[in-house]
Every structure is written in C-alpha cells, then in structure tokens.
Design a protein around this ligand. Sequence first.
Ligand code: ADP
Length: 461
Amino acid sequence: MTPRSVHTRLTLWYTGALLTILVVISVLSYSLLAWSLSQDLDRSLLTMAELVRDASRDEPLDVAEQWLRELLDPEHQLFQLLDPTGRLRLRSRGLRGDQLPLSATARRSIVEGRPGFETIAMHGQRLRVVTLPVRRDGRLLEVVQVGLPLRPTERTLQRWIEALAILVPLSVALAAAGGRLMARAALKPVDEMSQAARRIDAGALARRITVRGSGDELDRLAETLNGMLARLESTFTEMRRFSADAAHELRTPLTALKGTLEVALRADRSGPEYREALASALEEVDRLVRLSEDLLLLSRSSAGPESPAARVDLESLVLDVAAVGARLAKDGGVVVRVGATAPVSVQGDAGALRRAVLNLVENGVKYTPAGGRVEISVVEERHGIAIAVEDTGPGIDAADAERIFEPFVRLDAARARATGGSGLGLAIARSIVVAHRGTLSVERAATGGARFVIHLPAGTG
Ligand code: ADP
C-alpha cells in the first residue's frame, strides 16, 4: 500500500465518518418523512370519509354528491357509498364509472366495525383507500370508501431523495476540501519542523527548530527536540574535545620516543649510551601503556559495570586500598591511615569500586608534600554510605572543583607531568561511581587539603 501523508489520512477518515453520518441521517429522514406523509394521508382519508358519511346522512344522495363535489377538489373526488350488501349507492365522478374494490382487508374492517386502510392500483395509478363502515344501533347502515392518489406523496418523497442525492455528495465534497485545507494548515508546522530537523546534522548541531510561541503541542515538541539537540551538541563537543585531547596526550610521549630513537641512531653509540637511550624510550613506552590502559578503563567504566553486581564489603575494601596507598607513600614521606570505618556494604562491582577509591588515594599521595598525611574513612549516612579520602596537601580551589573531573584536566601541568599522571584518574573514578548511581565531589578539608567524598546510595547495584 502506498504511504499516505497524515493530512490525507485525516481527511479520508474525516470524510468517511461524515459520509456515514450523512447516509444514516438521510435514511432516517427519508423513513420519517415517508411515515409522517402516510399518516397525514390516512388522516385526510378518514376526514373525507367522515365528510361523505355525514353528507349522505344529512342530505338526499344526489344533493350530498353535489355538495361533496363542490367541497372536494376534482383530484379528491374518489369516493363511493355501498349499502350493507355491498351494492353501490353513490359513486363520485372521479371514479369514471369504475368502482373501488371491496377487498378482503375492506371486508375485515367492515366486520370489525373500524376504518381500514389499504393501497390499491386503479386507472394506472396507486391509490390509498379507506373503508369506513357506518353503523347505527349496532346495525350496519352503509359503507363509505374514499381513495386518494399516492402520487403527490410519492413525488414529495422522490424530491427528497433527489435533494439528498445532491446535498450529501456536495456537503461531503465541500467538507473533504475544507478538512484537507484545515489538516494541511494544522500540520504545516510539523512539515516545517521536519525540514528544519533535516537540515541539522553533525556539522550544524548548533541549529535549533523555531518555537512559534503558541505554547501548543507542536511548541512542546519543538522544545523537546531542541533539548535533545542541545544534549547531542554538548556530547559531540565533549567527544571532539576528548579525541583531540587523547590524540595530543598520545603524541607527546610518541614524539619524545621518536626523538630519543632518532638521536640514538644518528651516530655510532657505545653500549651504555644505547642502554640509556633504550631506558629513556622504555619510559615513554610505559607512559603510553599507562595512558592507553587508562583510556580503556575510562571507556569501560562509562559503559557500565562489567561483572554482575555482587555484595562489596566496603570496610575491607578501604583497609585494602589504605595498605596499597601506604606502600606507595613510603618513599614520599607521606602517611596513609584509616579513619572512621563501619561494617557497610553495597551491591556493585568490587574491582571497579576499588579502582575508584585507589585513584583518590594515589592522588592524595601524589599531591601531598612529605610529612603530610592521607586519611580514608567509610561511614554510614542517613541515605547511604560515604567514603572520604582527605589529605593535607595544597587542596583544590572551589573554581576547579568540577573541572578536575573532566578527562585530561591537570591543574598544575609541571607538577602533574613530574608525577606522571594522565589526567584521567578522577574522570575514571567519577564514571565508576556514577555507574553505581553515586556521586563523587571534592571540598576543602579542615586542614586546607583536599577532601574527596564518594556518596553511594544504600543498596546500590
Ligand atoms: P592526574 O593523573 O593528573 O592525577 P587526575 O584526574 O587524577 O589526573 O587529577 C586531575 C588533577 O586534579 C590533577 O592533575 C591535580 O592537579 C588535581 N588533583 C587531583 N587530586 C588532587 C589532590 N589530592 N590534591 C591536589 N590536587 C589534586
């Protein structure tokens, strides 16, 4: 089936419904008209029959006929009077010497003593006939029969059908044309919207669909689409920046590696010189490996938990991470210790959560000068669990508190390079926590250092 536009379909539905309604109304109106015309006719017949009865009772027959002839118009002069045996007493001229038949229906109504109606054919036309028995003191005196041609009634009905045959298609056609125009006008903004949406692609994500300001459903649709475009645009921008940053981060060690190897190859070198060049090259390769591992970790953690959620004992996780941190901190003269702990657990990925907390502890150790300390604690809160990693280092300005969680952001490039960080540690930690429906933020500790807090909802997983 060929696809039709919405406005064509709307018009078809609307026209179909209207046609059905009009057909039903036409059938009903025709039946009603036919019924009421036949009632009127029967009533007129009865009135005429009573007139004939009264005239024949009050006047001699020939006077009565004269009187009736003057009273009734020629078309209505179809009446006759019969005696109780069925013999003709008087007949109007309109019958042209013929006689209205005394049918079975007429006989039955005479026997039952009530007027009887029937439709007959006479002189090539259809007649409606009433048979009225006239009784006195329970005795049948005479029978009055009056006929009226059905043609006027049939003509009226015929005209009504002709009128309907013109009016119904005409109104359906007009309504269809009007409905089509209206549906078109109503759906025009949708067309415009889809054209505008078609013009928007990855290269022109800043474009927006016009909101007409009428506050209707279409405006709400345009706003929803614009909201979606804004989110897409920011994701695209983020992705672009991320790939540019990642390329840049990869290029630095690669350039250094290339330089080292080129210098080593430029002339004949002694064994120790080659060894030194190779050691330096290995350092850059190590940085590359670390960077690619971190990138992999980040992409995995943002894709959601890898292993199925299991119960993670956070107290032992914190103790374990503190032990690892203590080993890392030994050379830098920093103390890593465990503060308040509680026997709490959540549902989640133990390996990923351990990675997140360890990143925070590693940072604490890295950025805290000798003689300082890093403290990890885990406590139960009203709505969940909080893991805090606090240090006595330089701390983080409130202005940078959000920025540092973005990939490749390093506040102090020189210092960061010396510590060898990729700038991905906090981004990885946050995406792991977010995958566990938690939050990770930083604040200034009482000591002036940094205090990173992971909030996990109770029953996370
Ligand atoms: P990096 O690999 O550079 O450590 P991170 O994403 O872990 O990358 O950290 C981003 C930046 O945030 C760091 O370069 C550093 O400037 C700052 N930062 C992180 N942790 C701390 C901390 N405990 N104290 C001070 N600055 C920190």
